[in-house]
Design a binder for this molecule. Structure first.
Ligand code: G
Ligand code: G
Ligand code: NA
Length: 254
């Protein structure tokens, strides 16, 4: 209830902040992009995790105005980094509710094209992260295809967590597959997890996609996923999510 009421107050971004977690090209060690992640400071509850409030925002559809704020904020940040000499791709998490027909609010396509045109951004540097569970949703995937045709880069997030049909993956317009953190957590001790990550990576490459692994916390996990052929890594081993100004400090690594 307190979360629901607070979200309504914060739907325009009040009390919300975005942090950005770098993504690193495994072979070159270079930072190629970042993922935008929400942080919320609730006046009474204190800091509330997105794992807790995003599901509430989706259920109450507050994610629609909030999602619009996230897209505009992230693209403005991307433009500011570029003005300061740092050219990075940005990953934006897009909820199924934002893609549903008749979602209300400004359509995601219009928000994205407006901002990209206004800020003169390269659409292929804007990565829209949609969850694997969206793949069976025909109407939502039609919308995703329209976004891909318009030049935006589509990422399937949390791949392997649910039960995606491989045929749906093959038909999807995604260019990147993000392997679920669950497989990485035990990759050092469990050969079966290695087999799964290797299989997903070979599948992705065979379909012309690259893979991102998230949740890399130590060097042994990095070595294991690198051995599976994964392309890009994200995780505390490299960088924690950080505020936009601190990203500028990465200029030397990018
Ligand atoms: O940042 P953290 O790891 O605590 O995020 C927890 C969950 O909340 C993740 O699954 C992440 O995808 C989701 N999340 C974080 N930021 C956003 C956002 O801006 N939009 C959406 N839809 N989900 C987000
Ligand atoms: O599902 P999604 O990829 O959007 O979730 C990203 C979430 O994972 C964020 O909440 C982020 O804070 C968290 N995260 C990022 N790197 C690590 C890591 O190395 N370890 C753990 N435990 N969580 C991470
Ligand atoms: Na994500």
């Amino acid at each position: 209830r307190a979360i629901e009421d607070g979200l309504w107050e914060s739907r325009g971004g009040a009390g919300m902040a975005l942090v950005y977690q770098p993504k690193v090209d495994i072979l070159s060690g270079q930072v190629t992009g970042v993922e935008a992640l929400m942080r919320w400071h609730h006046p009474e509850l204190g800091t509330v995790s997105p794992a807790e409030f995003v599901p509430v925002a989706e259920r109450t559809r507050t994610i629609i105005p909030l999602g619009e704020w996230i897209i505009r904020e992230t693209l403005n940040q991307q433009a500011e980094w570029r003005r300061k000499g740092l050219d990075l791709s940005v990953g934006i998490n897009v909820s199924p509710a934002q893609l549903a027909a008749g979602a209300g609010g400004t359509p995601v396509m219009d928000i994205l094209t407006d901002e990209c045109d206004r800020l003169d951004l390269d659409r292929s540097m804007v990565e829209l992260e949609i969850t694997e569970s969206l793949l069976p949703d025909r109407a939502a995937m039609d919308e995703v295809r329209t976004l891909a045709d318009a030049g935006f880069h589509i990422v399937i997030d949390d791949f392997g967590r649910d039960h995606a049909a491989l045929s749906l993956l093959a038909e999807s317009p995604a260019r990147t597959l993000k392997i679920d953190k669950g497989f990485v957590d035990n990759v050092v001790r469990n050969d079966r997890q290695v087999a799964i990550i290797r299989f997903i990576t070979e599948l992705a490459h065979g379909l012309g996609m690259r893979t991102v692994v998230e949740g890399i916390e130590d060097i042994r996990q990095l070595v294991a996923v690198a051995g599976c052929g994964c392309d890009v890594a994200q995780g505390y081993f490299y960088y924690r999510p950080m505020c936009g100004d601190r990203i500028l400090g990465l200029k030397a690594d990018a």
